[in-house]
Design a protein. Structure first.
Length: 99
């Protein structure tokens, strides 16, 4: 099963809000994906794994994990842009859809 990490500065309130929105979107698409809250420090841990990151902070390319901006979800401005980006990236990573 794929994992989406929701990353904000502290990994608490903002990521919880965005994680719930992403979970609802994923469920509406019928995909089986785990959505977790994380911090930037979590991403740097060798024990941490995510297939995709939705983030409100800048992350280095060196992480090697596809990143999508979560700011439209946080601000309520064009959230569909983020949802479309998530759908495209999940389709690229897992064309079978984890169904």
């Amino acid at each position: 099963m794929l994992t989406i990490a929701i990353v904000c500065g502290a990994g608490i309130a903002t990521s919880a809000l965005i994680a719930e929105q992403v979970r609802e979107h994923i469920a509406s698409r019928g995909r089986r994906v785990t959505v977790v809250q994380a911090t930037v420090m979590d991403l740097l841990s060798s024990d941490f794994h995510a297939d995709l990151v939705v983030t409100t902070v800048d992350l280095p390319d060196a992480l090697g994990i596809p990143r999508i901006s979560g700011m439209p979800l946080l601000l309520g401005t064009s959230p569909q842009v983020t949802y479309d980006d998530i759908d495209r990236e999940l389709e690229r990573i897992d064309p079978e859809g984890g169904r």
